[in-house]
Design a binder for this molecule. Structure first.
Ligand SMILES: CC(C)(COP(=O)(O)OP(=O)(O)OC[C@H]1O[C@@H](n2cnc3c(N)ncnc32)[C@H](O)[C@@H]1OP(=O)(O)O)[C@@H](O)C(=O)NCCC(=O)NCCS
Length: 160
């Protein structure tokens, strides 16, 4: 990709990658608002072991990082479903210093490309209904608002 930007798949099962991700997430989520928007079920302060236990203990997730000149500036995960009828997009995050530059679009596009390549017909996600910035991002790609979760998160879906 241009400007030294790359998207790489990473795994918490790889000890070195897990160490780097832990360091990165601990810095990003010193900000309680960012933790809440990214992972609403998690309580502040951020605990890496809880992050793993809550979302990455099963073998059904793919995690991608966005790098600029080897620096991790973004993060996104996909939860795969056994029936392959949809994928669930979660934990989307762009480092504060790199926001408003279109980087989240690269991650969203990656999720869409993955679904297309695997012939998965839909992508779902939950977003805080007050997070208009993220809602704008997803609407840009054609995600539609389809309801609310029990805890009040807005559910959006993209049909491919
Ligand atoms: C939401 C988030 C991922 C957006 O990342 P970003 O890289 O700054 O967003 P982008 O620059 O790629 O912008 C993508 C689109 O989002 C919307 N957007 C971005 N910044 C915006 C702003 N300041 N005001 C209004 N809309 C904005 C726009 O629709 C924009 O597209 P456009 O530039 O063509 O209008 C980022 O702000 C973030 O990490 N927030 C904290 C965690 C979070 O909210 N995650 C989402 C969980 S569902």
């Amino acid at each position: 990709m241009e400007n030294g930007i790359t998207i790489e798949q990473v795994s918490y099962k790889n000890a070195e990658q897990a160490r780097i991700l832990k360091a990165c997430l601990e810095i990003w989520f010193k900000n309680p608002k960012d933790l809440n928007l990214t992972a609403p079920k998690m309580t502040y302060p951020f605990h890496f072991n809880r992050w793993i236990a809550d979302s990455y203990s099963k073998d059904n997730t793919l995690t991608y990082i966005l790098k600029k000149d080897k620096w991790i500036i973004g993060y996104m995960s996909l939860q795969l479903q056994p029936k392959k009828d949809f994928i669930h997009l979660f934990h989307v995050f762009i480092d504060r210093s790199f926001r408003g530059k279109g980087f989240s679009k690269l991650l969203t596009q990656k999720a869409i490309s993955y679904a297309e390549e695997e012939n998965i017909p839909a992508i779902t996600l939950f977003v805080n209904p007050n997070n208009q910035l993220a809602i704008n991002l997803y609407e840009l790609f054609g995600f539609k608002k389809i309801g609310f979760s029990k805890t009040g998160s807005l559910k959006m879906k993209l049909e491919l």
